[in-house]
Ligand binder design. Structure first.
Ligand SMILES: [Zn+2]
Ligand SMILES: [Zn+2]
Length: 148
C-alpha cells in the first residue's frame, strides 16, 4: 500500500481511509470517508450472522465504499436487509438496509485495524445471551437507539 504521508490535510484523529477484508483475503474493501456512526449490535440476526454474541459495525456513506478485490456473497436476513460475506471463508463484511441506500455498515472487526473505530454504544441488548456480559461502560439500548 502506498503511504500518503504527503497529504497535508491528513490528521490522525480524523483518519478517513479504512481498509479491511475477510479472513482468507479473497474479498478486500476500502472506505474513503469519515465514519458516520459506530456501535455494536446484539440482535438475533447479527448474532447468527457472526456466530458471536455481538457484531460491532461502523457506518459510512455508500459512495465512499468500494470492494477492491473479489466480490462477496449476499444474503437477505430480512426483506430490506442485505448482508454480505465471503463465500470462501464466511467472514461477515457489510450490512445494507433498503430504507437507507446512501448508507452502508461495515463489520468493524473485518477492518485490518479495528482499534481505529471503537463502538460508541450497544443496541438490542435485550437479545443477547444471558452469559454474555458488557463491561465497557458504553450506553446500552434494549432495542434500537431511539428506545432505552
Ligand atoms: Zn474470505
Ligand atoms: Zn443487529
Amino acid at each position: 500500500m502506498a503511504q500518503r504521508a504527503s497529504r497535508s490535510t491528513a490528521k490522525p484523529a480524523v483518519r478517513s481511509t479504512f481498509e479491511g477484508g475477510c479472513l482468507c483475503g479473497a474479498v478486500r474493501y476500502r472506505v474513503n470517508g469519515p465514519a458516520l456512526d459506530s456501535g455494536s449490535c446484539h440482535c438475533r440476526s447479527c448474532r447468527k450472522a457472526s456466530s458471536a454474541p455481538e457484531l460491532p459495525y461502523a457506518q459510512f456513506a455508500t459512495i465512499d465504499f468500494e470492494f477492491t478485490r473479489g466480490w462477496p456473497a449476499q444474503y437477505h436476513s430480512s426483506p430490506e436487509v442485505t448482508r454480505s460475506f465471503c463465500r470462501h471463508c464466511g467472514s461477515p463484511l457489510t450490512y445494507r438496509h433498503a430504507g437507507h441506500p446512501d448508507r452502508l455498515d461495515i463489520m468493524t472487526c473485518s477492518l485490518d485495524d479495528p482499534d481505529v473505530l471503537p463502538p460508541a454504544y450497544h443496541v438490542w441488548t435485550s437479545h443477547k445471551p444471558r452469559w454474555a456480559t458488557i463491561g465497557d461502560g458504553l450506553p446500552l439500548f434494549e432495542t434500537t437507539r431511539t428506545k432505552r
